[in-house]
Write a protein that binds this ligand. Structure first.
Ligand SMILES: NC(=O)c1ccc[n+]([C@@H]2O[C@H](COP(=O)([O-])OP(=O)(O)OC[C@H]3O[C@@H](n4cnc5c(N)ncnc54)[C@H](OP(=O)(O)O)[C@@H]3O)[C@@H](O)[C@H]2O)c1
Length: 287
């Protein structure tokens, strides 16, 4: 079943040292995250459900061990490659040098069984700071070769982003970080936008830890929607590319339908949920 929910597009690009933008690409501002879909077939089934419902963006990663299932779902759904936006990520343990980065990008292309990746991210700042420049230079090579349409980072803090100015020809197009009503990160958002990147909000439901939050429930009741829909629409309205995960077919549909909800009358109440809650990891503050 396809619903008439309009997913907005956002332009992403890479700021060059002279201030111009390169490799501009359009990204659907909403997608399906496929982290923790480790049962065989779970990711493929969820992606198929999502595509049928009207999703056009899938966020995977090598670390999730399911790029191959995303590729299988795309083939089985028989959709035009250009109608779906695929984000994947270079695993942190693989981000150890130039050649390794190239090799792992090629492996992701094979696993996804695709000619190109729409958005390729460094999953987290490479643990050895010496590796950050060569890894990024390799990401830039992937971009120039057309293996990927856009490159970005994930879990980079303001200091990591600032340091990139020393070695990047193309600054990142996005910074994927945890962002939700309980972790609104104004400084990190500003630092990301300062380098010309868009914020991509992961764990918009704080990994499900906060969907039963009574305050969120009261707001949802007043708006006549579900608690999860409030959190998702908040991230989206804050200008973030928003990628909730669900492998439950009804919730996959519910989450997409959040885009139709007007939360403006409750925006102050939602903002006041901020409590600096990190639901998973947070490498943004690492040295
Ligand atoms: N770059 C990074 O380091 C990083 C880190 C974490 C996540 N991510 C990306 O961001 C995506 C989303 O984040 P996430 O998976 O951590 O967490 P999330 O999207 O915040 O929450 C997912 C959890 O919420 C539940 N859920 C989903 N929709 C719901 C609804 N409508 N009502 C109630 N519960 C609902 C899911 O269970 P069901 O499946 O049973 O519905 C699951 O347990 C990931 O899948 C991944 O693609 C990236």
């Amino acid at each position: 079943m396809k619903f008439l929910v309009v997913v907005g597009f956002m332009q992403i690009g890479h700021t060059m040292p002279d201030g111009s933008q390169a490799y501009i690409h359009n990204v659907p501002q909403f997608g399906l995250g496929v982290f923790l879909m480790s049962k065989p077939g779970e990711c493929k089934a969820s992606v198929l459900t999502a595509l049928k419902a009207g999703y056009t963006h899938i966020d995977t990663a090598r670390a999730y061990s399911n790029e191959h299932e995303v590729g299988q779902a795309l083939k089985e759904a028989d959709v035009e490659r250009s109608s779906v936006f695929i984000t994947t990520k270079l695993r942190r343990g693989h981000a150890i040098g130039y050649e390794d980065t190239l090799e792992h990008c090629r492996t992701s292309l094979e696993l996804l069984d695709t000619e190109y990746i729409d958005l390729y991210l460094v999953h987290a700042p490479p643990e050895d700071p010496e590796h950050r420049a060569p890894v990024w230079k390799a990401m830039e090579h992937c971009l120039e070769q057309g293996w990927v349409r856009a490159i970005g980072v994930s879990n980079y803090g303001p200091a990591h982003l600032e340091a990139m100015k020393e070695y990047a020809t193309y600054m990142p197009s996005v910074n994927q970080v945890e962002f939700n009503p309980w972790l609104q990160r104004p400084q990190l958002k500003q630092a990301t936008e300062h380098v010309g990147a868009k914020v991509m909000a992961y764990s918009p439901l704080a990994r499900g830890h906060k969907v039963d939050d009574p305050e969120l429930g009261t707001i949802a009741e007043r708006l006549g929607c579900t608690p999860a829909q409030v959190a998702i629409k908040f991230c989206y309205d804050e200008g973030c590319i928003t990628i909730p995960k669900s492998s439950n077919p009804a919730r996959i549909v519910e989450n997409l339908a959040s885009l139709d909800i007007d939360i403006s009358s409750e925006i102050e109440a939602i903002r006041s949920l901020e409590c600096n809650y990190v639901s998973g990891w947070d490498p943004t503050t690492e040295p």
